[in-house]
Design a protein around this ligand. Structure first.
Ligand code: P6P
Length: 331
């Protein structure tokens, strides 16, 4: 096996480029990798550990929690607390932020995370994932709700973990490109396998749940039809939809295209969450040369009014995203 750079070596090299760095972000990223390794093991062994199926409670979203949702959330919470550099954690699975026990001032980061997205796919062995976004505290921050409701462009790092045929950690920091690290199960280390990932400027497929068509407004329907019927720049697209955000996004990152989860007439806010799904993926998409909007504005400029705010999402290749905005603007 050709051994690429380990995640640990990459993180320390990034740190060395910041002479004043205290190593806190390095510690945080390596604890996220620790959580990823632990969740990957739970996901791989779920059928053997009786972790398939429902937990028997609903989360703050009113959704049935899968057993693995609860396990993954606990793992991320414990790993973030063990890092000792995080003051606040906002999870899809918890209504309120988890604040670290000590005073706010000592630790300097807030982490938003979806511990296990797409868990409805666990039972059919489809790729699922964890998503995270990291913010550095401003001197005025005191952990109040208004301190947490920040635009995604303030993220200093973001990424996701894919639990699929292999376990892949994809991330970028405020001054790095998008890097993909694959877990070597035997050693428990992540190794750089996808350096400086860039998204093709145009794709060959579009990704949307077509069964939602009756629920969209006419403009949204026209956007989807423009990709379906070849009325956008580039080749006639084909449709691909896995129904697991991480899997659909990762294919879009590698192959190009556009993923759409639009708002609906009765649910204009859409289904996906702004702070721990759309914003982290939007940082990855833009850093890889793509884009992300909500139908009206750039996702990374959007400031939520509540922690678990949902948002419509159009994310992918630069030209595809621009084409979606063109059709939307035509009304
Ligand atoms: P639908 C999975 O439940 C999820 O939250 C995302 O991973 C995925 O993109 C979306 O919902 C799928 O939603 O309505 O197409 O089943």
């Amino acid at each position: 096996m050709k051994v690429g750079m380990s995640l640990t070596a990459w993180v320390l090299r990034q740190q060395s480029q910041h002479p004043g760095a205290r190593g806190e972000l390095s510690t945080l990223l390596l604890h996220i990798a620790l959580a990823a390794r632990m969740v990957a093991q739970q996901v791989a062994e779920a059928p053997l550990r009786g972790l398939i199926g429902k937990f028997g409670k609903q989360n703050v979203q009113g959704e049935e929690q899968a057993k693995l949702d609860v396990v993954a959330d606990e793992v991320f919470l414990e790993a973030m607390m063990a890092s000792d550099v995080v003051s606040a954690l906002v999870s899809e699975e918890r209504e309120d932020p988890a604040y670290m026990p000590e005073d706010w001032g000592r630790a300097h980061y807030t982490v938003f995370y979806d511990p296990l997205d797409g868990s409805s796919n666990i039972d059919v062995n489809v790729t699922i994932g964890s998503i995270f976004g990291i913010y550095r505290h401003r001197p005025t921050d005191r952990g109040r709700l208004e301190d947490l409701l920040r635009p995604g462009r303030d993220q200093i790092a973001a990424g996701y973990v894919m639990y699929g045929s292999s376990t892949l950690l994809v991330l970028c920091t405020e001054d790095s490109g998008v890097q993909g690290f694959t877990l070597a199960p035997g050693t428990g280390e992540f190794f750089l396998t996808d350096a400086d990932m860039t998204m093709p400027k145009m794709g060959t497929c579009y990704s949307v749940n077509g069964s939602r068509t009756p629920f969209w407004d006419d403009t949204t329907r026209r956007v989807v039809e423009s990709f379906r019927d070849g009325q956008v720049q580039g080749p006639k697209r084909t449709e691909r939809y896995i129904g697991s955000l991480i899997a659909d996004f990762h294919r879009t990152l590698l192959k190009g295209g556009i993923f759409m989860y639009p708002g609906e007439v009765q649910k204009p806010e859409g289904k996906l969450r702004l702070l721990y799904e759309a914003a982290p993926l939007a940082m990855i998409a833009e850093r890889a040369g793509g884009g992300a909007h909500d139908g009206k504005m750039r996702i990374l400029d959007k400031v939520g009014e509540k922690l678990h705010e949902r948002t419509p999402l159009f994310i992918g290749s630069r030209i595809d995203v621009e084409e979606s905005q063109r059709v939307l603007a035509e009304g």
